[in-house]
Design a protein around this ligand. Sequence first.
Ligand code: ATP
Ligand code: BTN
Length: 260
Amino acid sequence: MNETSLKKTLSKLNIGGWRYIPSIGSTNDEALAWAASGAKDLSLVIADEQTQGRGRLGRTWFTPKDSALAFSLILRPTESLRPHLSRTVGVAALSIADACLKQGLAPQIKWPNDILLNGKKTAGILIETVWSGEDVDSLVIGIGVNVRAVSVPPAEMLKFPATSIEDELGKEPPAREEILHDILSGFIAWRERVASDDLIHAWEQSLAFRGELVQVQDGSALNRGGIVQGLESDGSLRLEDEDGKSMTVRFGDVSLRPAA
Ligand code: ATP
Ligand code: BTN
């Protein structure tokens, strides 16, 4: 990946602007600063390597060089998009899932922010917000994808199994630029349909653990358990508890695990 290959890839897409930084702490930090200083909608920050890549709550996201996709997209919500901001993680997850489907893989979305291949984590999404008073000024959508096998962290770093596109294809993966192109074009197309039921329907169809018993870990001692039913219209997860009662899990720092 370099300026020339990215220029070729990105010229085919209607994005706001882009910055390529070979080695960076976190593309989200660069994008948050750029957003705060007036980046256009759909501006992109992409790196070959991250030295301080992060997941939610500051957890580490591993991005060694020459092997993964690590990028952040800046969104400036229009008035018509504002009511649907809570669906943005679904737009991102579906665009990554579709890019995997195109390679003949069978992705699933582990709600809220991970993409699984063969039950193992291959990509993650980290959304951060720039506020203007009480309004959202912009959103930064950080996406990390394990493309080559060497981008998969060592097992001792993981709480959940991980894999890569190369491992799951069992052969040389496509160039990272091709996957980037597919994710970005999917994102642009899904965002146009963010208000439609199709988005929720497609997102629901791709959910991991649907119909299965999971535990919702929220950092407290009281983990809730339930069977995954589907999604509410704002993208919250709908579960059914052991008494058949419906319960909703909102976005926040929650992690799903198959029940033991
Ligand atoms: P999980 O369910 O994977 O534990 P989570 O939802 O609890 O994730 P996140 O903040 O979404 O936590 O993800 C961060 C975690 O992902 C890290 O703590 C680490 O275990 C794992 N991780 C870090 N880098 C990678 C990577 N390149 N591929 C897969 N998993 C990674
Ligand atoms: C997660 O699963 O917790 C989300 C991981 C998000 C990783 C991406 S890589 C690009 C962007 N920069 C970061 O520091 N994090 C996101």
